[in-house]
Design a protein around this ligand. Structure first.
Ligand code: PMP
Ligand code: GLN
Length: 388
């Protein structure tokens, strides 16, 4: 007999990142789909992990994360955003940003609560909301600018709105919210009980800052009216080229963090001990590393864009993240999901269809390339893409 299990997530299949990475591997394609670097992290960071393993850091670390890492995080946030978080009570190390976001939702969202998300929406948010009995309400970041429409957001807020999840720099569009956007959000939530989850995993990857200095990462920690109600999430995976380590963190004011930790201790309890110690050492030794990330990835963005010059792809602006969007109307009128399949199988380059981030599979015929790759990889992909 097969047991019939009514699905808690009836509309969810395997994530597009897994699907496309698998397809890329099957066909030997250059994998610009799932977002991860194809280059190594700093040898010093690797050396610190093995050092701490050999030195005996192989049992459970404290539930909220090792003290030295929480302190290093609080120092970084104070330096960059002039925001003070108490490492003891307001910083928690998590098993990736995915777990931090899920835990924040689990700690706050009750059955029937509404959570506003912005589509295209990172794929883990809505399942996280639904597993906790919440209802996702979609605001739209409209093609091609992918900017928030604050009149729409205002209209979506109801007495049942428990949470708003934001993400800047934004995956997949590469758009970056401005100070005016943050001020609008701050105004909209004033005098409400709405909690904000701010997914800032690409906080260090904002481009063109030197050209007039207009663009900078607008962390919610800079805005007192947002900070007081926000869970702020960042990921060491993105910053230190170690996506496979799944180590990240969450910041929140003490009362919110207290609720977060109640859930965290039963979802994962704690996180890989030697990796935490290694990251703490590395952050202390190289506080400048995070500050160099924007120019590092900007060079890759520019190199990849150059590779696509003369191709029939049209590139959208990319202000942050390590993703480049492109339209392909001059090449094909296929839906984006079939186009990326064909691109992978016949042309040897894997990408992500942006419709996978839209609630109703809304398809603007846009695909996402990850440029967190060595120049040789980007050049080889460029050659194949120019041939289409
Ligand atoms: N949020 C966004 C916007 C992401 O792009 C990612 C990963 N690429 C995550 C969360 C998850 O990060 P982690 O791997 O640390 O769980
Ligand atoms: N966040 C990564 C991306 O956008 C993928 C992470 C994952 O595979 N879960 O490509």
């Amino acid at each position: 007999m097969t047991l019939y299990l009514p699905s808690r997530l009836p509309n969810v299949g395997t994530t597009i990142f897994t699907v496309m990475s698998r397809l890329a591997a099957e066909h030997g394609a250059i994998n610009l789909s799932q977002g991860f670097p194809d280059f190594s992290p700093s040898p010093r960071l690797l050396e610190r992990v093995t050092h701490h393993m050999a030195a005996g850091a192989n049992q459970y670390p404290p539930m909220a994360g090792v003290a030295s890492l929480r302190e290093a995080i609080a120092e970084k946030v104070a330096r960059l955003y002039l925001a003070n978080y108490d490492p003891e009570t307001e910083v928690t190390v998590t098993a990736g940003a995915t777990q931090a976001i899920y835990t924040a939702i689990a700690a706050c969202v009750r059955p029937g609560d509404e959570v506003i998300v912005f589509a295209p929406v990172y794929d883990s948010y809505v399942p996280g909301i639904e597993l906790n009995g919440g209802h996702a309400v979609h605001a739209h970041l409209r093609f091609p600018e992918f900017k928030p429409d604050w009149d729409e957001v205002r209209a979506l807020i109801t007495p049942r709105t428990r949470m708003i999840i934001i993400n800047s720099p934004h995956n997949p569009s590469g758009s970056v919210w401005s100070a005016a956007d943050m001020a609008m959000l701050e105004t909209l939530v004033r005098d409400t009980k709405i909690v904000v989850v701010s997914d800032e995993v690409y906080e260090h990857v904002v481009f063109d800052q030197q050209d007039g200095g207009s663009l900078r990462h607008e962390s919610v920690t800079r805005y007192p009216g947002l900070r007081e109600r926000s869970f702020v999430v960042s990921s060491f995976g993105k910053t230190y080229h170690v996506t496979g380590w799944k180590v990240a963190y969450c910041l929140a004011p003490r009362a919110l963090m207290g609720e977060f930790r109640k859930a965290h201790q039963f979802i994962v309890f704690t996180v890989h001990h030697p990796a935490q110690l290694a990251l703490a050492d590395f952050m202390r030794e190289h506080p400048e590393f995070a500050d160099t990330l924007a120019s590092f990835y900007q060079a890759k963005r520019d190199f990849f864009r150059q590779q696509l010059e003369g191709s029939r792809f049209v590139l959208l602006p990319c202000a942050g993240t390590y993703f480049q969007l492109a339209t392909y109307a001059a090449i094909s009128d296929e839906p984006d999901t079939s186009f990326v399949q064909r691109l992978t199988k016949q042309h040897g380059v894997a990408a992500i269809p942006v419709s996978a981030f839209n609630p109703d599979g809304d398809d603007q015929r846009v695909i996402r390339f990850c440029f967190a790759k060595n120049e040789a990889t980007l050049a080889a992909a460029g050659e194949r893409l120019r041939a289409l």
